[in-house]
Design a protein around this ligand. Sequence first.
Ligand SMILES: [Zn+2]
Length: 168
Amino acid sequence: MIASCFFWVLIETDSLHVHIARSNSRMSGQVEEINPLVRHQGGCHCGTVKFEVWAPARLHVYNCNCSICVKKQNRHFIVPGSKFRLLQGEDSLTTYTFNTHTAKHMFCKTCGVQSFYVPRSNPDGYGVAIHCLDPGTVECYDIEEFDGDNWETHIVKTDIKQRSEDKK
Ligand SMILES: [Zn+2]
């Protein structure tokens, strides 16, 4: 797995944050053309929770600095709800919420691993932990720093909400 997909990522250098990588609309069109969805599988550590998710082989990953993502090192990519399917382990999931209680932090109650969750930014989709995918389907990924510590001011500067929209 290559850590960066430089060929389709623009680095915004005028941002307050180091390395905010975003693709503009023109680039996004190209991304879809050359970046079809593939089936990734993943799950928790003990193997109770398993899921499949349809997403590009070249993933756009968010690294969030909010209070909980920092503690969990929750690097994740966003998919529409329709692209995610829990294969097993529903009864073993425990959900933790806080603050606005919009985000649903689901984790395996046996091993404690959060392999996916419902993010506050995308309550109609899922955030999937890239480190919880089975090996073999990720070609490369780029990382966008998400300033979740200043969520209200940062959310309007990103296109993260569009990432859980079903494409036509
Ligand atoms: Zn587990």
